[in-house]
Design a protein around this ligand. Structure first.
Ligand code: AVI
Length: 329
């Protein structure tokens, strides 16, 4: 990207952050979209979260992909073109591709070219000879696949339980759009975190070392830096709350005292204890995940889990080509 284009993109992103912050902080229940957690520092902190003793999802999913590699490869069959939605550093794709029989191509899809580059070069150097065909696109929307994958059977790959960060209606819309992008006859390998005892869930989102707290509070740093806000970070604290009705862990930033914050020329008042809801991480029961998939035109063909049933990896098959509805994350 040229310098001018990069500056325009950064300015558009800043304007979108300010608009989301004004809307979210004006709502009766203050909220901010979770996508803004991931600036460079947020991405670094999330990486650190995945290695925490309390944060079981990443290591459990990796264990499932490793230990069930043969069964997964047999269920998928040879020659698949793997299309990964939001590939991160490409580590899970590398693991999956190592187990598959003669994969035809790897297609990482992400809106951030620098993240795509990291995943693409990791996989390209681990698997010389495999066509690596990155697509710059917002993977929550429809996108066109590279022509070079030809008639290879398509396998969508969406690990990490990122599906849990969508509201249920958004998750359905995402899966429907993914199906439309992948095409008729495609399949999808999906990671989903499972409902479990509350103590394990809240510990995973409020670790003893305070890394998740730093990840959450970094959003206020970002608003100060990029949106000219004046949040006093000592006036807010991270909270992880299990919402039993919606079966999700919510991250909140709680105001420790009554205070007024300025952002974009406006005052936002906080009562003591009032929170900004910064992320939801929905946990699934197997029957709930199957229903979600079905509503989006997929059928659950297989499910792999760990002995403690902490996490699940699903192979979905398309049963109906459906047009997508608009969504946002
Ligand atoms: C990216 N996503 C699946 C993580 C999760 O578990 O919901 C984000 C996260 N937030 C706090 N810890 C991890």
């Amino acid at each position: 990207m040229s310098g001018a284009l990069a500056r325009d993109a950064a300015e558009a992103q800043r304007a979108a952050l300010v608009a989301d912050a004004v809307a979210g902080l004006s709502a009766p229940r203050k909220t901010l979209p979770c996508k803004w957690l991931y600036d460079a520092e947020g991405a670094r902190l999330f990486e650190a979260i995945t290695r925490l003793p309390e944060y079981y999802p990443t290591r459990t999913e990796t264990k499932i992909l490793t230990e069930q590699a043969e069964a997964i490869a047999a269920a998928i069959g040879p020659g698949a073109a793997v299309v990964e939605f939001g590939p991160g550093d490409g580590a899970k794709a590398e693991l999956l591709l190592a187990g598959l029989h003669a994969p035809a191509a790897y297609v990482p899809v992400d809106i951030a070219p620098e993240w795509l580059e990291a995943a693409a070069s990791r996989v390209a150097s681990a698997r010389p000879g495999l066509p690596v065909l990155p697509v710059v696109a917002d993977f929550t929307q429809g996108f066109a696949l590279p022509k070079r994958i030809g008639a290879a059977p398509r396998l969508g790959f969406f690990p990490g339980s990122t599906i849990g960060n969508f509201e249920p209606a958004e998750a359905t819309a995402f899966l429907r759009r993914a199906h439309a992008s992948l095409g008729a006859g495609s399949r999808m390998l999906l990671g989903a975190d499972l409902v479990k005892e509350v103590a394990a869930l809240t510990a995973a989102y409020d670790d003893a070392a305070g890394v998740t707290a730093a990840f959450d509070l970094n959003l206020l740093h970002r608003l100060n830096r990029e949106a000219g806000a004046d949040f006093d970070l000592t006036g807010f604290a991270h909270r992880a709350v299990w919402n039993p009705a919606l079966e999700r862990v919510e991250m909140h930033l709680a105001s420790l005292r009554p205070q007024v914050v300025r952002l974009a020329g406006r005052n936002f008042r906080f009562a003591e204890g009032e929170t900004i809801h910064t992320e939801s991480s929905h946990k699934y029961r197997p029957e709930g995940l199957e229903a979600l998939a079905r509503a989006a035109g997929w059928r659950a063909a297989r499910m792999w889990s760990d002995p403690r049933r902490l996490f699940s990896v699903w192979l979905l098959e398309g049963w109906a080509p459906l047009a997508g509805a608009a969504m946002r994350c």
